[in-house]
Design a protein around this ligand. Structure first.
Ligand SMILES: [Fe+2]
Ligand SMILES: [Fe+2]
Length: 190
């Protein structure tokens, strides 16, 4: 009496899963934003290496794990709306190709024998590509969180199965061992 109605446990578990995903997404996005700004400010500095390492070893594996563990879960609830998981995969493919293009420019920028005019051209391209990556990736994460919310709502109405929890653990780990921070992000570059 008197206090807020306690949520059913399935609802609470669902909310926790969404919070875990949002938290992970925000950490990745903040790191990509911070490293992108650092690279735009100094394309030949140490942040180039950190950015390419983060994109290849944190961002891409996040998307690959998601496709491996969660896409068929989403497909299972979207028979009336086929293609929802495929849409997420198409986003991933675009992000992956952007990461490839950025990696190429970073390698060119790091070449010691590059001409100044070539460096300036690469820097301009990098700036454009990084702005595009941040925009596309930020939109993708928002869209994805809505899709997951829809999927978890669906499964919560049926009681959250142990299979879903297991998938989430496989996709996101225990949240303690996956270090998504970077020196740039931790340093609060703005
Ligand atoms: Fe994704
Ligand atoms: Fe994601």
């Amino acid at each position: 009496m008197g206090g807020p109605e306690p949520r059913p446990s399935g609802d609470r578990a669902m909310n926790q899963m969404i919070e875990t995903i949002q938290d992970r997404h925000q950490k990745i996005l903040r790191a990509v934003n911070a490293l992108s700004r650092a690279v735009v400010a100094d394309a030949e500095g140490v942040y180039s290496l950190q950015l390419s390492g983060f994109l290849r070893h944190k961002l891409l594996p996040h998307m690959h794990r998601e496709e491996h563990h969660l896409c068929d879960l989403v497909d299972g609830i979207t028979e009336q709306n086929p293609g929802v998981a495929a849409t997420m995969v198409i986003d991933h493919q675009l992000v992956e190709s952007q990461v490839g293009s950025i990696g190429e420019r970073l390698r060119t920028a790091a070449l010691e024998n590059a001409q100044d005019s070539e460096r300036r051209g690469v820097h301009r391209e990098l700036e454009t590509l990084l702005a595009q990556l941040n925009a596309v990736f930020g939109l993708h994460l928002r869209r994805e969180e809505q899709v997951y919310l829809m999927a978890f709502n669906h499964y919560a109405r049926r009681g959250i199965g142990s299979e879903i929890r297991l998938r989430m653990q496989r996709e996101h780990g225990d949240g303690k061992t996956d270090n998504l921070s970077t020196d740039a992000a931790a340093g609060g570059i703005s």
